[in-house]
Design a protein around this ligand. Structure first.
Ligand code: FCB
Length: 410
């Protein structure tokens, strides 16, 4: 049996666009309307209306924390025009969480932008920093008295990579230069927003907030132990996992680190070219592992290793996403429990992990992959919008309640 601290944060995460439905002022919605992506998000999970029922479920599963995002395109549907109605909606959402003793972690930006913002160049535009800051200010004024934990931006590099290098998300660009501009503006926006939130809380006399980003981290593993692969692993680990965090840490803009971890990247660089060193992966399924339904390797060891490496920042850590899409619910529990063991092992070695949020509370709209991947603790029927709690969710609920997990050793 292993034990987690009594005040550990337990829960699950969602993002507005993936669960709410009908986010019709968003760039992603416009993109779907042009027939892009696998299928349109439509009503998604109808969480915009059903949030109380969904939070009842989270409560019944013994969660004490819930990560959600607010949708910029609802709050500021036109440039400079803020919707009091939508801000009031999110106030009610936070009240509903408080009534159920669920501590909120609020993300300000989770991949989607207002249409007006994307029309003026989105995150490539230098002024994106000012726009994001103005939006942050309005949200913090409206919700600040109900929130201790903020995440400004979800997975900035994942966003920049998919939208500006791979070109599979709006605005479908394929330019390393654009991606660099975008990630720079995202970093600057975070730093400015971090300072604004802190200043606001100070002026109001509220207890200091805890502000971070959600950083996607991957375990880069060399398939064959060659010099070239070792070099590639080093480059990717630094470039993808640490450079962005280092920049934010240098600017003293992290109160904790949010880690989103899913899988490993099995590195097999085919030549010495930069492209190859940065992106090639082994296609031959050497060293096969169990996989999720999107084919991502299940590799809890990687989470352990990353958490140990993160000790260098000497900051608290929250695992702000970790989860599996699968049709095999037993595999889901195996995934959760093995990753919890990995976290616990890292904690034994001094990693300051304070919480674990499973991705996701509900099955939801998985971006360009549509509704097929099922990540939820709770299954959603997309015809009737009924919810059904999975067995893995009940097992996880036992851990949330007792803060204990059976590791087979008694
Ligand atoms: C993460 C995203 C989240 C979800 C999961 C599966 O990269 O933050 O929205 O799509 O992957």
């Amino acid at each position: 049996m292993i034990e987690f601290p009594k005040d550990f944060l337990w829960g699950a995460a969602t993002s507005a666009y993936q669960v709410e439905g009908e986010n019709s002022n968003s760039d992603w919605w416009e993109w779907e309307k042009r027939g892009r992506g696998k299928e349109p998000s439509g009503q998604a999970c109808r969480h915009y209306e059903l949030y109380k029922e969904d939070f009842d479920l989270a409560k019944s599963l013994n969660h004490n924390t819930h990560r959600l995002s607010v949708e910029w395109s609802r709050i500021e549907p036109q440039e400079g025009v803020f919707s009091d109605k939508e801000l009031a909606h999110y106030q009610q959402v936070l009240t509903a969480l408080r009534e159920r003793n669920l501590k909120p972690l609020v993300t300000l930006h989770h991949f989607t932008n207002p249409v007006w913002f994307s029309r003026i160049g989105g995150w490539e535009n230098k002024r994106s920093i000012d726009y994001f800051l103005r939006y942050t200010k309005r949200v913090v004024e409206a919700l600040g008295n109900q929130v201790e934990y903020w995440m400004t931006i979800n997975e900035p590099l994942v966003y920049a990579y998919h939208a500006y290098i791979l070109g599979v998300w709006p605005p479908e660009k394929k330019s390393v230069f654009a991606a660099r501009r975008v990630s720079r503006n995202l970093a600057r926006s975070h730093i400015a927003s971090y300072r604004l939130i802190h200043r606001f809380y100070k002026d109001k006399g509220y207890p200091a907030p805890k502000v971070s980003i959600a950083k996607n981290m991957q375990a880069f593993v060399a398939c064959q132990d060659t010099l070239r692969n070792r070099l590639a692993v080093g480059l990717r680990d630094r470039g993808f996992n640490f450079d962005f965090l280092n920049c934010l840490a240098r600017n003293r803009s992290l109160d904790y680190i949010g880690v989103n971890y899913y899988s490993r990247n099995l590195v097999e660089a085919l030549n010495w070219g930069v492209r190859s060193l940065c992106v090639d992966t082994c296609q031959k399924n050497h060293r096969p592992l169990k996989k999720n339904s999107l084919g991502w390797d299940i590799y809890p060891e990687g989470l352990y290793q990353l958490l140990v490496k993160l000790k260098r920042y000497n900051l608290p850590i929250i695992v702000s996403e970790n989860g599996i899409c699968t049709e095999d619910d037993e595999l889901r529990w195996e995934y959760i429990s093995s990753h919890l063991l990995a976290i616990h092992r890292a904690m034994q070695e001094g990693s300051q992990v304070k919480g674990y949020l499973y991705w996701s509370l509900l099955d939801n709209y998985e971006w360009d992959k549509g509704f097929t991947p099922r990540f939820g603790l709770v299954e959603v029927d997309y015809n009737s919008f009924t919810r059904r709690t999975r067995e893995s969710a009940r097992k996880f609920a036992q851990v949330c309640k007792s803060a204990r997990l059976d590791n087979g050793i008694h």
